[in-house]
Structures are given as C-alpha cells and as structure tokens.
Design a binder for this molecule. Sequence first.
Ligand code: HPA
Length: 276
Amino acid sequence: MQFYKFEQYNESALALKGRLKGFRPEILLILGSGLGFLGDEVEDPIVVPYSEVPHMKYSTAPGHKGQFVFGKLGGRNVAVMQGRLHTYEGWDFDDVSYPVRVLRLLGAQTLLVTNAAGAVNMDFSAGDIMMITDHIKLFGVSPLCGPNVEEFGPRFPDVSHVYTPRLQAVARKAAQALDMTLREGVYMYFPGPQFETPAEVRMARILGADACGMSTVPEAVVAAHCSMQVLGLTLCTNMCAGILDQPLSGEEVMEIAALSSKKFSALVRKCLESME
Ligand code: HPA
C-alpha cells in the first residue's frame, strides 16, 4: 500500500481542475468490464488520460481504456472512469480507490459504480442486472488501511449503509419505468484474476453472496468513508463456476456485456436522470 497523503490527492485534484474549464462533476461513474462504451455517450466531453493525473495509476485490463471523461450524461455533470483499476493488475487497494477521493475533492458527492460479475444466486441468469444492496470482502486489507486521512473521514467509519438506500429506491423506480427486471443482492469481492473455483462459489453462496466479482468494493468503501452516496449496479455476465456444465472465459464476459449494453446503459442513464 502507498498510504497516500492528503496533499497527493489534492495535487491530483488541482491538476484535473486545471483541465476542466470550470466544469464541476457531481457524480463519479466507474465503468466495469465491457461497459466502457458509456463513456463515449458523454456530451461535451473533456477527456483526461489517467497517465496525465499526478500519482494516478493506469488500467491494463482488457476493455478498460484508462481515461476520465468529464461532461453531461443523463442531464448530470459526470466524471466517467472509462476503465477502472483492479488489484489483479498488481495495484494496491489504495491505488484502485485513489480516484474516488480525488473526485470527492472536485465536489462529487455520488459514486455510481458498475461492474461485470458472475451470478452465484441460482435464480439469476446470465445477462441479469443486479443492484448491490451490500457486499462481503474477506480477501486482502481494507483500502482504508494505514494512517487515517482525517480530511476524508473517521478512523472507524460505519458501513451499515454503503449502498445508499435512497439511491436504491431511485434504481428500483428507474428499472420499473423501463419495464426491466432488476435483481438485488450481495456482491462478494474476490481478488482474481482467476475466476472462482466451484468450491469458492459454494462458499460464497453459504455466506450470503448473490454475485462474485473482482472490483467495486475498494471504491465503494472509500466513497462511504468520505460520505459519498453510492449506487452499485452489476451486470451478471455469466453463472459462476460449477453452476452450469461449461467453462468460463473472459471473452464470454465481454460478449454478454456487449449483448446487454443497451439495457445497461438505459438503466444507468435513467438512474442519473432521477438522482437528486
Ligand atoms: N467471477 C468473478 N468476476 C467475474 C465473473 C465471475 O464469474 N464474471 C465476470 N466477472
């Protein structure tokens, strides 16, 4: 872990501010595997590659471009992360969650975090969208490990409601308006990059998980720590290992993400439009 200091987050925020010509992002939208296309739908985009932000790491994962796109989406001022950082790329938890604090300093009060994940819940199907109601993370340290940065929040933050109930209500309504089924459930973090074993998937189910994925939790925890509201949307690209008698592949994840892209982007837009 790097144990970034407040001054470093501030330097990154100032560097971005210099590029934004007065634009003030309200919502940070992090796009998961195969969902980066939403960044191309931003109006009046200002694009800043991660490599041009001091202290920030870059994305190496397939389908993750590695740039911020600032502009309007669903009528809201958004900062889109077109490509996220993952711990399986070799980054630490505080590298992965770094941009959340930077965007907080730029004024964003909401995190809309998306991901592709495998479904653990047998009632789900590939292509389903699940709203995250809570999470489980047993692997690795907390992204808040190390000296607490008091400017962002307390040493021992309450995480009873990481995923803001008010925003969950917004997503339910948005799905209803679109006549779309929205699953709800618990997302369990696994470090990857290998998919889970069938035994791990059975464990996840016993522990109360509905989907397993390799992202999202570090960013959501850091957002909760600095009092941001969080909405988490998961695209279940596959049933987790051992459920169906077929091997999993990264290509399948991308394929299903592409097939579901219209529906996913409609839901994200509707949520953005209805958030206050
Ligand atoms: N497991 C973890 N992450 C994933 C999966 C999975 O089955 N599918 C897409 N991302």
